[in-house]
Ligand binder design. Structure first.
Ligand code: SF4
Length: 352
């Protein structure tokens, strides 16, 4: 039996799993397709609900990985083929064209953001002053293009009226994404607070269907936003349009008042949801695991063993197996490491 674990994906869940495996005495190879670790969190100026730096979190995990003697990291590398069964998988790597034995494989490939241009009615990709939540995060970054000031992409002027449209690409039968992305209400509320902190005279209006700030500290963040003057309007946005001066009109139905409404804004941010990582179908075929109806890997037993896929020895953690906040992704990394260790050591708890 090989005690080596292949971890696909060097985001926060994969990094944490590698460190936890190391602590448990299990060697792993962290395979990252990009040039650096940290996944998407690396680009987050702040994370919710703590408002701590995403970059610092990644730096902390990177340092733990660097100090873990049983972790080897391969950058700009992919696994192209997997043969055999646990606990003797043989993986073929794409760049090195070499093969590697592993006792178990962990999928920690994260998510991909919904492509907001698919919801054409919002004008993303057509109107310069319609941006995504990811782009707003970059605008809020003091190391970003505007030094953290919220300016209109069209002319660089300070944005005095900002709208945030929730549920873009989520909860939609038409788009085939019936699920709630779980984190966009909260990341958008965090961004609304940051705008009000930096530019108190900027109005921020959030158009929502429901506000789902369910986690510990999330509801408090939502209240804080309202106390700071962020306005929440219940209503699905029908469309955005552009005025000749570049301002954006937002047309919605206020479903609490039962009345149509229209507003004019300098900047509109689309709180785009998340989808399974684009590579999920290929990885599922390669590893011979089942995907659920939403495109994420199906858990063998979603209550009992949520990190285990439908195939022995293949595990999944973090957003790769369902959208969740960063703290939950990190907890997943720990949980997966524990289950993998039990699996490799043939724990009597291992499900048959
Ligand atoms: Fe919509 Fe909020 Fe769910 Fe995101 S978390 S899909 S914005 S309800």
């Amino acid at each position: 039996m090989s005690e080596k674990v292949i971890i696909l994906g060097g985001g926060v869940a994969g990094m944490r799993a590698a460190v936890a495996l190391n602590d448990l005495g299990v060697a792993s190879v962290l395979i990252e397709k990009g040039p650096q670790l940290g996944g998407r969190v690396r680009n987050y100026d702040t994370i919710f609900p703590s408002f701590h730096s995403g970059k610092e979190l990644v730096a902390r995990l990177e340092s733990q990985v660097a100090q873990a003697p049983l972790v080897r990291v391969l950058y700009e590398e992919t696994v192209d083929r997997v043969e055999g069964d646990a606990p003797r998988f043989t993986a073929t790597l794409g760049k090195e064209r070499s093969s590697m034995e592993a006792g178990a494989i962990l999928i920690a490939t994260g998510f991909d953001p919904f492509d907001a241009s698919q919801q054409e009615e919002y004008g993303y990709g057509i109107y310069k002053n319609v941006v995504t939540g990811t782009e707003l995060e970059q605008l809020l970054d003091p190391e970003g293009p505007n030094g953290g000031e919220i300016r209109k992409p069209s002319d660089g002027r300070k944005a005095r009226r900002v709208a945030i449209v929730f549920c873009v690409g989520s909860r939609s039968e038409k788009l085939g994404h019936n699920y709630c992305s779980r984190v966009c209400c909260s990341y958008s509320t965090k961004q609304a607070i940051e705008i009000k902190e930096r530019q108190p005279d900027t109005s921020v209006v959030c158009f929502y269907i429901d506000v789902r700030t369910y986690g510990r500290g999330f509801e408090e963040m939502y209240r804080r936003a309202q106390e700071m003057g962020v306005v929440y309007v219940r209503g699905r946005v029908a469309e955005c349009g552009m005025l000749p001066n570049g301002d954006i009109t937002v047309r919605a139905e206020n479903t609490l008042l039962g009345k149509p409404m229209q507003g004019v804004f300098d900047l509109v941010s689309l709180s785009h949801g998340m989808t399974p990582c684009l590579d999920a179908p290929r990885i599922a075929r390669m590893l011979d695991i089942e995907l659920a109806h939403d495109g994420f890997p199906l858990a063998r037993d979603s209550e009992g063993y949520p990190c285990e896929t439908t195939r022995d020895g293949v595990f999944a953690a973090g957003a790769a197996i369902g959208l969740k906040p960063i703290a939950d992704c990190i907890a997943d990394g720990d949980a997966a490491a524990a289950r993998i260790t039990a699996f490799l050591r043939n724990s009597p708890e291992r499900p048959q």
